[in-house]
Design a protein around this ligand. Structure first.
Ligand SMILES: Nc1ncnc2c1ncn2[C@@H]1O[C@H](COP(=O)(O)OP(=O)(O)OP(=O)(O)O)[C@@H](O)[C@H]1O
Length: 261
């Protein structure tokens, strides 16, 4: 069985017949088993659209996607994919623990025989052991988003899709959350497709960074992040980190210049 995600020749257009806009044009990308890949690029280049296609939320017009060797339809049915949206989407009338338990309680028959992660343990590893019985409104935005990430791990999926999970947080909180995710992921390696607007975030977390260009959305460059793992906050201060940051920013800059010509 092939691990990870294989995206091959994916194209997508929106709009009525005769006035369609190509949002993704022939996008191909593989994410190896246990590899962390970030996608960065100008607003409107199709990052979220690509993630939604991999998640099975919208169909591609052309091309194919496989997740752990299965079609997206089978992979979503078998819960091989964990999805973390931009906002935590926790039910306000349920405790944090019940929110994380919820995916297991929906359709328990279909979940029979699956390896499930223990919700209390998951929440504790995300630093929320003291908040199990609190309601989402009693938690900070960062803590709510951590609960949403913990929820995505319940079925222990091989693939995690994250669409700017920290974008609503202020920079200090955001950095804390990203380092928390990094630490958890480094001991729970999953294939990750991570959409972000933050260059340091992409570098800190990723094995590879996919820089996309817009109109139509396409892959402009794939940059290897060869910083040693495990990484921690000290990585920010290294020359290698700064060199990579310069490289990614220059690539983004040229992609944006091209777009505006
Ligand atoms: N359901 C839809 N119907 C019509 N147009 C859509 C739809 N979804 C996305 N688009 C358009 O596709 C383009 C790409 O959108 P998408 O959200 O994928 O970009 P993005 O790179 O994630 O942007 P951002 O960085 O601003 O979040 C945009 O021009 C958007 O307006």
């Amino acid at each position: 069985m092939t691990g990870g995600v294989a995206i091959s020749g994916v194209s997508k257009s929106f709009g009525p017949e005769g006035n369609r806009t190509t949002v993704l044009d022939d996008v191909s990308l593989t994410i190896g088993r246990g590899e962390f890949v970030s996608v960065i690029g100008p607003s409107g280049c199709g990052k979220s659209t690509l993630l939604k296609i991999v998640a099975g939320l919208i169909p591609a017009d052309e091309g194919s996607v496989t997740v752990d060797g299965e079609s997206v339809k089978t992979a979503t049915r078998d819960k091989l994919i964990g999805l973390v949206p931009q906002s935590p989407a926790l039910l306000p009338w349920k405790t944090v623990l019940d929110n994380v338990r919820l995916p297991m309680r929906i359709n328990p028959k279909a979940n029979a025989g699956r390896t499930l992660r223990h919700p209390e343990e998951l929440l504790t590893s995300f630093g929320l052991g003291h908040a199990l019985h609190k309601y989402p409104s009693q938690l900070s935005g960062g803590m709510q988003q951590r609960a949403a990430i913990a929820r995505a791990f319940v079925f222990d999926p091989g693939v995690l899709l994250m669409d700017e999970p920290f974008s609503a947080l202020d920079e200090m909180n955001r950095d804390q959350q990203r380092l928390g995710l990094l630490e958890f992921w480094q001991s729970n390696r999953k294939s990750v497709l991570f959409v972000t607007h933050s260059v340091p975030e992409a570098i800190m977390l990723s094995d590879r960074i996919v820089v996309m260009a817009a109109h139509p959305g396409r892959i402009a460059e794939v940059i290897d992040v060869d910083l040693p793992r495990p990484r921690s906050v000290e990585a920010y201060a290294t020359d290698e980190f700064r060199d990579l940051e310069g490289h990614v920013r220059r690539t983004l800059h040229s992609v944006m210049e091209e777009t505006h010509v």
